[in-house]
Design a protein around this ligand. Structure first.
Ligand SMILES: [Zn+2]
Length: 411
C-alpha cells in the first residue's frame, strides 16, 4: 500500500505544495477543491457529471446524514459512496460545525465581524439557541423536527464510521470570533481532549470491522484569530498518538477565520503541523482565498458556495461573479464563458439560462451548478499545474487581476 499522502512539488519560499492523497476509492491530486454534497448529493447534478467536470472527491455532512436518513441506512447501503453512486473518494465533516453553528445561529463564520463586542453568549438576531456545549459533548435540537440529540466525540466517530467516508474529521468545538479570549482557551483545550477521544474511538471501531475499507482520521485545529492558540493547538494535535505511536492521518483547519487574516492563520497552523500529512481547510472557494490558502500550505478545501450561489443565478466567470437574471442577458446568445470547457458553456447560451431562471425551471440549477463547480475545480487544477511549472505568482496575478480588477463585474 502506498503511503496515505505523498508530496510532489514545493512552492519555493512558502508552505504550498502539490501532492497525492491515496484513498481506498482512488487518488486525490492536491491541491484539490472537494465538492460539497451535504446530504449525499451535490444538489441538482448527477455523480457522473461531477466526475466528468473533474471533481476528485465529494464531502458529505455527518450531522445531516445522521438526522436523515440515519447512519445505519448508509451503512447497510455499503457506505456513502455506494449509497450515492459516487465511486471516488469521499469525506465527511464531523457535524461539529452544523451542531455548533446552531448554537449561535450564524450561517457563515468566515464572514463574521470580529470587531463586535466580545461575549460568550452571543446569538444571531432573531435566532434561538439550539445547542449547548459541555466538556463531554454537545446537546442540540434537530433543525428538522425539534427533537433533542447529543453528540460526543465517540458518537461522532460511530456515525462517521457507519457513513464510511474515506476521510473523516475529529469532533471539535467551533467558536465564533466574538467569543472571549478565556472561552477560546477553554475551547481549544476541550477540542484537544475530544481529539484524543476521537482517535481512541476511531481505532476501536476500525479494529471492530477490519474487512471495511480503511478510513483516515483528520484532527481539527481551532484557536480562532489567536496566534499562540493556533500554534499550540497545531503542536498538541500533531503530538497525539495512539498506543502504537500512530497519530492523525491529516489535519483540518477549522473555525473562525477572518478573510483578511486567512493566509496568516493558515500559515501559523501549517508552520507547526507535520509536512508529511495533508491539511484540509474547511469552507473556502473565493478565488483570492484559494490562492492565499494554497500558498499558506492548505492541500484540500471544500465549500458549498459554487452550487449554492448557482441556484441563485450567480455565475463565476474569469472577470468576476455576475447574476444571469440581469436584463442585459435576455438576448445574449453567447455562452457564460467562451473559454470554459464545461458542458453548460459548450451547449447553452446566457439567454437560455436567463430564461430558465425567469421561468423558475429546475434545469437552471443543474446547468449553473455544472459551470460553477467546473470553474472552481479548473482554477485549482491550474494552480496545481502552476506550482509544478514554477508559475504560481504569474497565474495568481493574472487570475486575480482579471477577477477583481474590472470595475463592472459582468461583461
Ligand atoms: Zn462553463
Amino acid at each position: 500500500m502506498p503511503p496515505f499522502f505523498t508530496v510532489d512539488a514545493d512552492l519555493p519560499g512558502r508552505r504550498g505544495r502539490t501532492g497525492v492523497i491515496h484513498t481506498p476509492h482512488g487518488d486525490i491530486q492536491t491541491p484539490a477543491f472537494i465538492a460539497v454534497g451535504t446530504k449525499a448529493t451535490v444538489k441538482a447534478v448527477l455523480p457522473e457529471t461531477m466526475r466528468e467536470l473533474g471533481a476528485q472527491a465529494v464531502l458529505a455532512n455527518a450531522y445531516h446524514l445522521y438526522l436523515q436518513p440515519g447512519p445505519d441506512i448508509v451503512d447497510e447501503a455499503g457506505g456513502l459512496g455506494s449509497f450515492m453512486n459516487w465511486p471516488g473518494p469521499t469525506f465527511t465533516d464531523s457535524g461539529g460545525f452544523q451542531v455548533l453553528s446552531l448554537g449561535a445561529g450564524f450561517r457563515k463564520v468566515l464572514s463574521m465581524d470580529a470587531n463586535r463586542v466580545q461575549a460568550d453568549d452571543v446569538i444571531a438576531e432573531g435566532k434561538q439557541r439550539l445547542a449547548r456545549v459541555d466538556d463531554d459533548g454537545v446537546t442540540f435540537i434537530s433543525h428538522l423536527d425539534g427533537s433533542t440529540h447529543r453528540f460526543t466525540p465517540e458518537v461522532s466517530m460511530q456515525i462517521q464510521h457507519k457513513i464510511g467516508a474515506d476521510i473523516i474529521f475529529a469532533f471539535d468545538e467551533l467558536t465564533t470570533l466574538v467569543n472571549t479570549r478565556g472561552y477560546q482557551e477553554d475551547s481549544v483545550a476541550r477540542t484537544q481532549a475530544w481529539a484524543v477521544r476521537c482517535l481512541t474511538e476511531h481505532r476501536r471501531l476500525t479494529a471492530e470491522r477490519p474487512q471495511r475499507p480503511s478510513q483516515a482520521l483528520f484532527g481539527v485545529v481551532q484557536g480562532a484569530q489567536y496566534e499562540d492558540l493556533r500554534r499550540q493547538a497545531s503542536r498538541d494535535l500533531a503530538a497525539i498518538v495512539d498506543d502504537e505511536g500512530r497519530g492523525f492521518d491529516g489535519y483540518g483547519i477549522g473555525g473562525a477565520l477572518e478573510k483578511q487574516n486567512l493566509a496568516t492563520i493558515v500559515g501559523w497552523c501549517t508552520d507547526e503541523l507535520p509536512d508529511d500529512k495533508p491539511r484540509h481547510l474547511l469552507g473556502i472557494s473565493e478565488p483570492d482565498d484559494l490562492f492565499a490558502a494554497v500558498a499558506a500550505g492548505a492541500d484540500t478545501f471544500d465549500c458549498v458556495s459554487p452550487s449554492r450561489v448557482a441556484r441563485n443565478a450567480a455565475i463565476y466567470a474569469p472577470t468576476g461573479r455576475f447574476n444571469i437574471t440581469g436584463a442585459r442577458y435576455r438576448r445574449d446568445f453567447t455562452p457564460i464563458d467562451a473559454d470554459c470547457d464545461c458542458y453548460t458553456c459548450a451547449n447553452y447560451t446566457r439567454a437560455y439560462l436567463h430564461h430558465l431562471f425567469k421561468a423558475k425551471e429546475i434545469l437552471s440549477a443543474t446547468l449553473c451548478t455544472i459551470h460553477n463547480e467546473r470553474f472552481i475545480i479548473r482554477l485549482v487544477d491550474q494552480i496545481r499545474a502552476a506550482i509544478v511549472a514554477g508559475e504560481f505568482d504569474e497565474l495568481r496575478d493574472h487570475v486575480l487581476g482579471q477577477y477583481y480588477g474590472h470595475s463592472t463585474r459582468a461583461q
